[in-house]
Design a protein around this ligand. Structure first.
Ligand code: CAA
Length: 540
């Protein structure tokens, strides 16, 4: 068939679909249906009810319904016990939720959102039911985090009214909603859903239908990288998580977050991302797969990377070994830069004797480590490499901030434990890092930042939308581009180049847009600073 004729047919059917939906966008949302009352569904029902919107809560049977309402009740009771709402508020909010074990109760709703397991077949059946019972005016939304919204929409009678409305876990807390439109979406429907998200007290980011949207497409490869570092014995689970909380300021470490999201859910999302984009960064870590096969799916099953409540998996406990004593005298070796000056001042403040001459007796040789530069050459040059460790301070020197104790292949166990004890004496949280590019914080952070740059470079989302998605969806203290500007595009570029040289993974190759910013000395978050600075591209 000639292209023009095919295009005309597609155009006519789209127009027909859109014509049927022309008044959807203008409608007021008074009542919604939430289909599926698992953790996310119950949280979403709570969000609607708290905003004064009536909720028809639908589950397959009474037992599932009661479980879901139990989650909702527990969350509201916690809010009462914390003094966030009164008991009267709780009763009023709960009174807005009308449980139903079947779809017919959704006949009068203005919007229905499905929050069921991530299987296209199940979702299609639900949308077929919603198609049957809901008014033709109603908007149908999916909370899918990884499936194609387009594929879900295309299976319905009226694809124009189907959009993605993606909430984040825990739904009552996280302020982001990704509103996902498809090539079939009727004009105005995504805007109406974005307006609804604002009414819920959330911030919408509007995007096109691409695997993982913004937040999961950035979060999941970073989480996958963290578990692959654990699998490789690069670092312990506790240190990987501490590197990200104390070193970057994230609210949870990546391994704890994997357990919260669910290892099975994370694996499924990675498989979808790998199917869509290919490439090494999305290949699920073998350990992730094995834990899922073993039924260790995270918090929900009581055991994932960690054991709940409270305990840690033995594998994750592999620390530096024997606890050492802090040194009285340290030989400090640096290259006369700010890293050395910073270390010298904290050592002096802690009353530790410092010598600069490796020929003098001391309890530890301490190399002032710099990101992107290996420690071993300086340790070898000192002539006592077994007594040497590096120390890298990636953040500020506030008490409790992070020190990376860098272990070379010649560092003795005594040197490592003395280095860890020294960090504790200096009031720093310490992680043990191998003498590899990026040490631990950079190894986790730089590829994550490169993914964010690639997303902007691809024209999928603006730097501003990426920052919004990660701060409001995942609780980052600042967005990836602010983190990148704080670290400095040149530093991040150098770190990625070193990682790419060492490992050769294509995903570590610095994106051209990063190299351009580094070369031109342009920040990503400065308005008007270059062709694709924050707000320069539009999320579609
Ligand atoms: N339900 C309801 N409220 C909850 C909650 C839950 N499950 N968990 C925590 N809260 C509330 C608490 O009641 C508390 O509220 P108040 O301030 O009103 O008292 C507030 O959240 C803070 O909780 P805590 O003090 O107990 O704990 P915290 O300060 O350590 O914060 C956290 C907990 C909000 C989960 C925080 O660690 C965080 O932001 N983590 C990152 C979460 C994240 O990245 N989510 C996105 C995951 S990806 C996703 O969801 C998408 C997908 O498709 C997979």
């Amino acid at each position: 068939m000639p292209t023009v004729a095919l295009g005309a047919i597609i155009g006519r059917s789209l127009a027909a679909a859109r014509g049927r939906d022309c008044n959807l966008a203008a409608m007021e949302i008074h009542e919604v249906a939430v289909v599926g009352l698992g953790t996310m569904g119950a949280g979403i029902a709570e969000v609607f009810a708290r905003a004064g919107i009536g909720v028809v809560a639908i589950e397959a049977d009474e037992a599932a319904l009661n479980r879901g309402l139990g989650i909702l009740d527990a969350s509201l009771s916690r809010a009462v016990s914390r003094g966030r709402i009164t008991a009267a508020d709780q009763a009023e909010i709960r009174g807005r939720v009308r449980p139903a074990a079947g779809f017919s109760a959704a006949a009068g709703v203005d919007l229905a959102i499905e929050v069921v397991p991530e299987q296209l077949q199940i979702k299609r059946q639900i949308f077929a039911e919603l198609d049957r019972v809901c008014s033709p005016e109603a908007i149908l939304a999916t909370n899918t985090s990884s499936l194609s919204v387009t594929a879900i929409a295309a299976g319905t009678a009226n694809p124009g009214r189907v959009v993605g409305m993606h909430f984040f876990n825990p739904a009552p807390v996280m302020r982001l909603v990704e509103v996902v439109s498809t090539v079939l979406s009727a004009e105005g429907v995504p805007d109406a859903v974005a307006a609804l998200a604002r009414r819920l007290g959330k911030t919408p980011v509007q995007v096109a239908d691409r695997a993982g949207f913004v937040a999961n497409a950035l979060l999941l490869p970073y989480l996958n990288h963290a578990i692959s570092l654990l699998d490789a014995g690069y670092s312990s689970a506790a240190d990987i998580d501490l590197a990200c909380t104390a070193g970057i300021g994230l609210p949870m470490g990546p391994l704890a977050l994997l357990d919260m999201i669910g290892l099975d859910t994370s694996l499924a999302i990675l498989e979808v991302l790998h199917g869509e984009f290919g490439g090494d960064r999305y290949v699920p870590a073998a350990l992730l797969r094995r834990l899922v096969e073993a039924g260790r799916t995270g918090r929900k099953s009581g055991r994932g990377i960690y054991t709940y409540p409270g305990g840690a998996d033995p594998r994750s406990d592999a620390g530096p070994g024997e606890a050492g004593s802090p040194p009285d005298t340290v030989t400090l070796i640096g290259s006369g830069d700010s890293a050395e000056a910073e270390l010298a001042s904290v050592l002096a403040a802690a009353g530790i004797n410092v010598t600069r001459n490796a020929a003098h007796r001391s309890d530890l040789i301490l190399i002032a480590a710099q990101a992107g530069r290996p420690v071993l050459p300086a340790a070898l040059a000192a002539g006592r490499a077994d007594e040497a460790v590096g120390m890298h301070l990636p953040g500020t020197l506030a008490p409790g901030s992070l020190a990376e104790v860098v272990q070379t292949s010649l560092s003795s166990p005594v040197a490592v434990s003395t280095g860890m004890a020294l960090a504790a004496k200096l009031g720093l949280s310490a992680v043990l890092a191998p003498d590899r590019p990026g040490f631990l914080v950079g190894a986790l952070l730089y590829p994550h930042l490169a993914d964010a740059v690639r997303m902007v470079q691809d024209g999928y989302a603006s730097a501003a939308d990426v920052n919004t998605a990660m701060t409001l969806g995942c609780g980052y203290p600042t967005g990836p581009f602010e983190l990148l500007d704080t670290a400095g595009p040149t530093t991040v570029l150098a770190g990625l180049e070193a990682m790419y040289d060492a490992y050769g993974y294509p995903s570590f190759a610095p994106p051209p847009l990063l190299a351009e910013h580094a070369a031109a000395g342009i920040a990503f978050t400065r308005r008007g600073a270059g062709p694709r600075s924050a707000d320069a591209t539009t999320a579609r």
